[in-house]
Design a protein around this ligand. Structure first.
Ligand code: ATP
Length: 269
């Protein structure tokens, strides 16, 4: 499926392609030949019942799966055509290009808001002088929708913010290393409805410049924030696979597979 470019936005970000991804923990196969294209400058939602492999798939996209000692995988992940698992591709480069925001906000609690935002720069070997750093902090906090709330207390600890603010701080921290793709694993599940709305607005705003892939159990959220959806299912102890994917409105109003209809209408999962 090829979506047209987002009109008038100068959308950037990279196209992410997963090709025939299979995954195992030990000898337990949890994903079977999953292929999915996540178009540049768009939001793709991964939906499906618990345990069907959505988080595993997401973690494979930026090479976090390999952190689990028993984990293995097959297949390819291409960012604008380049395989992040190719020999010679550096792990740090994959993680810089493909950032991740987790379910539970995880800022460095004792570190200042300012230093939280710039904390990834060292890892990427980026050196900035004071003014450039200040500009970057303002830019990233603005994009994450947090600047106005924290501009007067940048030296206070990140841990002093509310949960929703901490999550937006984590988004700002991810943006500071200029990723092309941002992966989000249930980023609102620990947040109240107001903070959830705020993060959803941020996701829509960011989609103009980074490609976003979000795992969510909240069907209303998938409908609100995503351009396209992929429905994962692991039936009767078989590995997870994609049943159907396509533009979000069609997935919700006229899915082609009855299992998708049952899931999005809340009949199981
Ligand atoms: N670290 C691990 N070690 C062993 N098995 C794992 C590990 N992480 C996940 N699994 C297994 O892999 C399968 C897929 O899990 P995964 O977390 O990817 O599913 P999910 O769809 O994201 O679930 P949820 O929606 O509940 O987060 C499950 O059977 C799970 O038990």
């Amino acid at each position: 499926m090829t979506l047209p470019p987002v009109p008038g936005t100068g959308a950037t970000g990279a196209t992410l392609q997963a090709r025939r991804i299979s995954a195992w923990f030990g000898d337990h196969k949890v994903l079977d030949r999953v292929s999915l294209t996540m178009p540049a400058g768009r939001v793709t939602a991964l939906i499906g019942p618990s345990g069907c492999g959505k988080s595993t798939f997401l973690r494979i996209l930026n090479r976090m799966h390999e952190l689990v000692p028993t984990a293995s995988l097959a297949g390819e992940v291409l960012v604008d055509g380049r395989d992040v698992y190719a020999a010679g591709q550096r792990l740090t480069e994959a993680r810089r290009t493909i950032g991740m925001v987790f379910q539970k906000p995880n800022p460095f609690p004792a570190m200042s808001i300012y230093d939280n935002v710039t904390s990834g720069l060292k890892l990427t070997g980026t050196r900035l002088n004071g003014d450039a750093k200040d500009d970057l902090v303002e830019e990233c906090l603005t994009k994450a929708g947090l600047w106005r709330e924290v501009r007067d207390r940048l030296r206070q600890p990140g841990g002093a913010l509310s949960g929703g603010q901490q999550q937006r701080l984590c988004i700002a921290r991810s943006l500071a290393v200029r990723p092309k793709v941002l992966l989000m694993d249930e980023p609102c599940s620990a947040l109240d409805p107001t903070s959830t709305r705020r993060i959803e607005e941020t996701i829509r705003e960011l989609a103009h410049e980074v490609t976003i892939v979000i795992v969510t159990h909240n069907m209303q959220q998938a409908a609100r924030v995503s351009d396209s959806c992929a429905f994962f299912l692991a039936e009767q102890n078989t590995p997870g696979a994609i049943v159907e994917h396509g533009p979000t409105p069609a997935m919700f109003s006229a899915p082609s597979d009855p299992r998708t209809a049952d899931y999005v209408e809340g009949r199981f999962g």
